[in-house]
Design a binder for this molecule. Structure first.
Ligand code: C2E
Ligand code: MG
Ligand code: MG
Ligand code: MG
Length: 278
């Protein structure tokens, strides 16, 4: 291999580092502004019963209407917001915006009783006052906790499992539903799962993508469905894009699905128009 002079190497490293740091601090700053100026948009994606095709829920998914970059997807800013803890005010703003949208729908006699799922980061749920904070918003907007589902991931189990279990129990007592998102990608112990007050497992899209052909994914999907049945949880498949995937899931007793096959995430207005057409 060609030997690169250490000087050259250093110069290259510094330049890209500086660029990276500049980009990151710009993102942090922009995100603070986004929260203050409310540049966030909430989209909703239906969850449907595999057997009746009825909508059983809606998942709220955030987007950021950046003044220069245009529409930004959550994968490009959520993890940075977690690192800087900006996810705490951001998450509360998202929670408030979702509940306000539910209220607008109810005033139009839409989606009454439909459960709306909101993604919650581990950084948020580890805060001591998480439950109090969301309860204050919920009481203010006046939406029943029975219509709200909180999606957590297996990463929430990691840092303080005891505190996590206590928080989930508080939420369950208040009427919230709890689902485990991206299930199968984390490291949750199965014996621990059964002690938590859960309602739903969402099978991660990576296990659905290559169905029905991939035999490993077949085995994983079947195992998660069986586990959900045993624990008496609803099992939903994420990222269902084809009829063949849907047929596999029906054949193996999965309960519900979410994915482009039925609908992509849409703004509140687009969702209403979509339902009018279908
Ligand atoms: P997630 O919670 O697992 O959400 C599902 C993601 O899969 C969404 O991506 C959705 O658009 C996408 N998806 C749904 N069906 C299909 C399909 O059939 N095919 C494909 N290829 N993709 C599909 P999105 O909206 O980009 O969100 C990505 C992730 O960002 C979410 O994954 C979630 O972890 C995070 N996120 C989104 N909104 C929020 C939020 O409000 N708060 C927090 N903390 N995280 C959020
Ligand atoms: Mg989710
Ligand atoms: Mg997911
Ligand atoms: Mg995810």
């Amino acid at each position: 291999a060609k030997k690169i002079s250490s000087k050259k190497c250093y110069a290259f490293y510094t330049a890209s580092m500086t660029e990276h740091l500049l980009n990151v601090s710009k993102l942090d700053n922009d995100l603070k502004v986004a929260i203050d100026n409310d540049e966030l948009i909430i989209c909703f994606q239906p969850e449907v019963n595999l057997y009746t095709n009825h909508i059983t829920g809606l998942e709220a998914l955030v987007r950021w209407q950046h003044p220069i970059n245009g529409l930004m997807m959550p994968d490009s800013f959520i993890s940075r917001a977690e690192e800087t803890r900006l996810i705490i005010p951001l998450g509360l703003l998202i929670f408030k915006k979702v509940l306000e949208q539910m209220n607008r729908w109810y005033q139009q006699n839409l989606f009454d009783g439909v459960i709306v799922a909101i993604n919650i980061s581990s950084v948020q749920i580890e805060e001591d006052d998480f439950v109090e904070k969301i309860e204050a918003i919920r009481e203010n907007v006046d939406i029943s906790a029975l219509c709200i589902e909180l999606e957590v991931t297996e990463s929430c189990f990691m840092s303080n499992p005891k505190q996590f279990a206590t928080t989930l129990q508080k939420l369950e007592n208040l009427g919230y539903k709890i689902s485990i998102d991206d299930f199968g990608t984390g490291y949750s112990s199965l014996s621990y799962l059964k002690q938590l007050p859960l309602h739903k497992l969402k099978i991660d899209r990576s296990f659905i993508k290559d169905l029905p052909e991939d035999t490993d994914d077949q085995a994983i999907a079947k195992a998660i469905i069986a586990l959900g049945k045993t624990l008496e949880l609803e099992v939903l498949a994420e990222g269902v894009e084809t009829e063949a995937q849907k047929a596999f899931l029906i054949e193996n007793g999965c309960d519900s699905m979410q994915g482009y096959l039925f609908a992509k995430p849409m703004t509140a207005e687009a969702l209403v128009a979509f339902l009018d057409q279908n």
